[in-house]
Ligand binder design. Structure first.
Ligand SMILES: [Zn+2]
Length: 1014
């Protein structure tokens, strides 16, 4: 499809581009008119053909090449609506496919990819060589292909197509490698080459045909390159395949062929690359004993019949975090309906790994069990039977759950896992167990010769398979992330474990960025409103470089006010469907960690062209209201615009201007106008029942050199924070209404469901313990009772109650209006809502911008935008990425908190009890926004007398009774005994309970104190 940013610069090209856009129409006609005739079809150097018609010939031409249609295949396809569609697929052979090699003088290529001096020092191949991997080598050894050592590789079209068909993630990784210039990977379109295309023979399987096509292409390359032998040191082509039959046939054809493993082991300078080899299935006997441990998995056909007949259930396998011998399989039924099947014991778990899609068979009701309450970590090899015995405690009939066993795996969901190596006790051993950071993943057996180097490092390991005679899955070393506990390493781990895409943007993605120097063109100006004269400014946190919103407010002649919210026009730069767009859609959101930001879009956009910085012209999408002094909206309009912000202020700077009575410039007047309206808007919103909840956000003060946290503070909110927020909410609501009115079936909206009443139990109980009543039958009732909640002599009570109320809430989610009927946003008390105001850091906002642009006639639409199923799938990804980014952010705060306390030794602080548990209290330290657990039973001490009462809830420890909201004093320290799972530990100082509480530690040293106060 035509990319709108590709503006043609000459008339000739313009015509060609115009024609190109109509190619599909012409081709269809060709299929009907000319099947019997010769079709002439030429292809351009840039892949942009033009289309024309001459006498009896339909042709597509560009420069001078002629291509002949080889064959056409016609078949009938059923359409969604039930009709029948005739599809004609034509296969063209071309003469203009070049070999891509630097040594070649025959091919008319303008640039080459494969180097003349293709030297990978190998004891098997002492000559320069190009590698040609077959499909299975690419699928299973992509880690090897990604290694910087491996370059000058020919990827055949046959292989690329098969990989694309069989694994989307590997296909993406392969495409990324191909785009990397230093790797010299060349794609050879052998299926369209006159000399290398082959037809499937009668009786030949598709697989065998493809293997043959690969061999033919390798043969062609060998002969083609031979022509230039005098200029090279005997440059050769080497086929890599692990398929014995294919290898034999290749040898018979006189080709150079090696198994991937053979070849990798032959690399002289890089012995460590062997570790990254995936184990192929015929190697497994080497690594496992002969004893069969697990039942065989049923074949897929049997599983499918079983699922159809109802004897098996299909679901997602979720391993328990606390007990490695237990899991549940989540079976999605019709609609909202779902069941959970409990699986216990190694045999029944039958080699399923967390997140795999499995088939389960229910056990007879007499064998059903209850979930165990034991915490079991897989520490020792062997001794399994003993632990399984432990599990089967007699459970009350009522507690028993549907229990089953895994009979087959429908889809593995393996990814590379972060973790650490447990170096084998056996000296000289190359086989070691790897313990993943995620407790739900089993330990993995790998082979490595660098165990002593890898000990103490965080590494990544991929699973290759799990044979039925192996206690653990087999895998291979992927790469090292660095020393455990080091900041960079741990940051990488938390990004990987939260599935945050964070690699540098690929060349393919970057190629869609505007070319610098960039400037607004006269054509841009013609399509936009020139709002540069307005006194627009932005207000953000300090240090913000991705400014996506700016505001203005001015008095109109009729006495009303005009308020504008101007949002970075990201969708001008990111066009639907290109690599940049796909990457942003996949990332879904920018992720903010302490001291680090992982951008959704490349920096040129996020911090420069889209960032609404002051004193530069920027493209914006503006929402402009006419508002009276009672903050009633009289008119709303949307327009693409050009703005020139007059100031980029921080919240504090804006606040100072508003408060400084000596200041009366345009910016300050604009801010005062906004602030005044915002207060009215906020009051109105709260009157309608919007909730103002509280969660303590912490902020670290980082040392400017070491980037270590030196202080930790809860974020302070100013009036100006709320001023900006009010107008963002208003813009989001106005836009939501507009796109829903225009596209009722495919508006991307955001909703916040009301929580089920039982969610509030803990809040009601907690309030009651202080004789405060909380009503939860509506958001308004809740908001009102939170406002009224006060306890004499306990000023922090109200904040605590709001923190607790926040925990009762549901997640807000994106959805497609055509797929849902409940749009309500509970927290904001708004009947409709969306995200429009942060397109630099949220992909949802980009879609909303596109919808709004179509609605006001400022841009064209495209099929996916109007497809509610596709949009719904997109929403699922956005919700997932959003959730994971929040978890990653929390993990980052937790890690920095640990770093902070590590350098501080043991501290003592005041806190409040937030929750009371069976054997512990959870304490919140307001000063640090930190939550920690004080346990009252421990392994190494005699446990005190503990009584838990559900009703309060209260916990009696010896003679003292703890309630929610009690004030306590605790010590805070870092427990780093388990390097993979460091934790903040708290111990009780006050109230003093003999035998339970600890003495207060010495306070910190003055030297450190001084640094703190800086
Ligand atoms: Zn050539």
């Amino acid at each position: 499809m035509l990319n709108c940013s590709d503006t043609p610069d000459s008339k000739r090209e313009a015509t060609e581009l115009f024609l190109f856009s109509r190619v599909p129409v012409f081709l269809k006609t060709f299929g009907k008119f000319c099947r019997a005739k010769e079709l002439v079809y030429t292809w351009g150097a840039e892949g942009l053909p033009s289309v024309g018609r001459r006498k009896h010939l339909n042709f597509i031409c560009f420069r001078s090449l002629i291509v002949i249609m080889l064959k056409s295949k016609t078949f009938v396809k059923k359409t969604r609506s039930g009709g029948v569609m005739k599809v004609v697929r034509e296969h063209y052979l071309r003469d203009d496919i070049w070999c891509g090699s630097e040594v070649c003088t025959e091919c008319k290529q303008e640039s080459t990819v494969l180097q003349k001096d293709a030297c990978m020092e190998s004891s098997l191949c002492s000559y320069p060589h190009y590698l040609v991997p077959d499909t299975n080598v690419v699928l299973h050894q992509i880690d090897i292909l990604e290694d910087p050592v491996i370059c000058n590789v020919i990827i055949l079209q046959t292989v690329l197509q098969e990989v694309r068909h069989r694994s989307a993630p590997v296909y993406k990784r392969l495409k990324d490698i191909i785009h990397e210039k230093e790797k010299h990977f060349y794609t050879f379109t052998n299926e369209h080459h006159r000399d290398t295309f082959i037809e499937r023979e009668p009786g030949e399987s598709a697989n065998d045909r493809n293997d043959r096509a690969i061999r033919v292409a390798v043969k062609w390359y060998s002969q083609h390159l031979k022509t230039f032998e005098s200029d090279t040191d005997g440059l050769k082509v080497v086929l890599l395949t692990n398929d014995q039959g294919n290898k034999q046939k290749a040898q018979d054809n006189g080709l150079l062929v090696y198994k991937c493993e053979e070849y990798v082991k032959s690399l002289i300078a890089n012995p460590e690359l062997v570790d990254r080899l995936a184990l192929s299935s015929d190697d497994k006997s080497e690594i496992t004993s002969s004893k069969v441990l697990f039942p065989e998995h049923f074949p897929l056909s049997r599983i499918q019949t079983g699922i159809k007949s109802g004897s098996f259930l299909q679901g997602t396998f979720r391993a328990s975090r606390d007990n490695y011998l237990e899991a549940t399989v989540f079976v999605q039924g019709e609609g909202e309906d779902s069941t959970e099947v409990l699986i216990q014991g190694l045999q029944n778990l039958n080699r399923a790994v967390h997140q795999d899609v499995v088939a389960v068979q229910l056990l007879p009701r007499s064998e059903w069990v209850a979930p165990s309450s034991v915490v079991l970590q897989d520490e020792e090899e062997g001794n399994v039977s003993f632990m399984e015995e432990d599990l089967r405690t007699a459970a009350a009939e009522a507690a028993r759950k549907p229990t089953g066993k895994v009979v087959g795996v429908i889809k593995r969901n393996w990814r590379p896992f972060c973790g650490m190596l447990n170096v084998s006790q056996i000296k000289e051993s190359t086989r070691h167990l790897f313990t993943p950071a995620d407790r739900r993943i089993p330990r993995i057996r790998i082979e490595t010769r660098q165990a002593s180097t890898l000990a103490g490092q965080r590494i990544m390991v991929a699973i290759d398979g799990w044979p039925k005679d192996s206690r653990y899955p087999n895998g291979h070393f992927v790469r090292s992330l660095g020393g455990a506990g080091e900041k960079e390493t741990e940051e990488e781990v938390l990004l990987l474990e939260h599935d945050v895409p964070h690699q540098a943007f690929s060349q393919a993605v970057l190629s869609f960025l505007p070319k610098m120097p960039w400037a607004i063109t006269p054509e841009d100006m013609m399509k936009r409103e020139d709002l540069r004269p307005l006194t627009v400014c932005s207000v953000d946190p300090p240090g913000c470089t991705d400014i996506d919103d700016a505001l203005h407010c001015r008095e109109l002649e009729n006495g009303n006010l005009e308020v504008g919210v101007h949002i970075a026009d990201v969708s001008h730069f990111i066009r639907p469907g290109n690599a940049l767009d796909k990457e942003a859609a996949n990332r879904g959101t920018t992720v903010y960690l302490c001291g680090k930001r992982i951008d959704m879009v490349p920096e040129l956009l996020s911090s420069n062209l889209c960032s609404l910085r002051s004193n530069v012209d920027r493209l914006a999408f503006s929402c402009i209201w006419e508002i009276n002094h009672k903050a009633e909206i009289l008119k709303t309009r949307f327009t693409k615009s050009v703005i020139n912000s007059k100031a980029s202020l921080t919240y504090a700077e804006a606040q100072m201007r508003i408060d400084d009575t000596n200041k009366n410039d345009d910016i300050t007047k604009s801010l005062r106008g906004l602030n005044k309206l915002a207060k009215i808007l906020k009051r109105q919103r709260i009157e309608k029942g919007a909730l103002t909840l509280s969660s303590l956000e912490v902020r670290f003060h980082m040392d400017s050199e070491t980037h270590d946290p030196i202080d930790l503070q809860t974020k302070e909110l100013m009036e100006t924070n709320s001023m900006v927020e009010e107008f963002m909410l208003l813009a989001n609501i106005s836009v939501a209404q507009k796109i829903y009115d225009e596209f009722p079936e495919c508006a991307l909206l955001r909703k916040h469901p009301a929580p089920p009443p039982s969610n509030y139990d803990i809040l009601i109980k907690a309030a009651k313990s202080k004789e405060v009543e909380v009503h939860t039958d509506s958001a308004k009732a809740l908001a009102d009772s939170l406002d009224a909640a006060k306890v004499d002599g306990f000023p922090y009570f109200n904040t605590l109650l709001r923190i607790l109320a926040t925990r009762c809430m549901m997640q807000a989610v994106y959805f497609c209006s055509g797929m849902d009927s409940d749009f309500h946003h509970y927290g904001l008390a708004s009947p409709i809502y969306t995200h429009f105001t942060s397109p630099i850091r949220r992909y949802a906002d980009i879609i909303v911008h596109r919808l709004l642009a179509v609605a006001i006639g400022a841009d064209t639409t495209y099929p996916d935008l109007m497809d509610k199923h596709k949009q719904s799938a997109l929403c699922n990804n956005l919700n997932y990425r959003h959730k994971m980014s929040q978890y990653a952010q929390r993990a980052s705060v937790a890690f920095h908190t640990q770093l902070f306390f590590k350098s501080r030794g043991i501290l003592n602080e005041e806190g409040f009890i937030l929750f009371v548990r069976k054997n512990a209290i959870i304490v919140l330290i307001p000063k640090f926004g930190l939550e920690g657990t004080v346990f009252f039973d421990s392994k190494d001490k005699v446990s005190p007398n503990i009584v838990f009462e559900e009703e309060g809830p209260t916990l009696s420890v010896e003679q003292h009774k703890f309630h929610i909201f009690d004030k306590v004093k605790v010590t805070i320290s870092l427990d780093d005994s388990n390097i993979q799972h460091q934790k903040i530990r708290m111990a009780l100082i006050e109230p003093v309970i003999p035998g339970v509480s600890v003495p207060a530690p010495d306070t910190e040293t003055p030297a450190k104190k001084q640094k703190l106060d800086r």
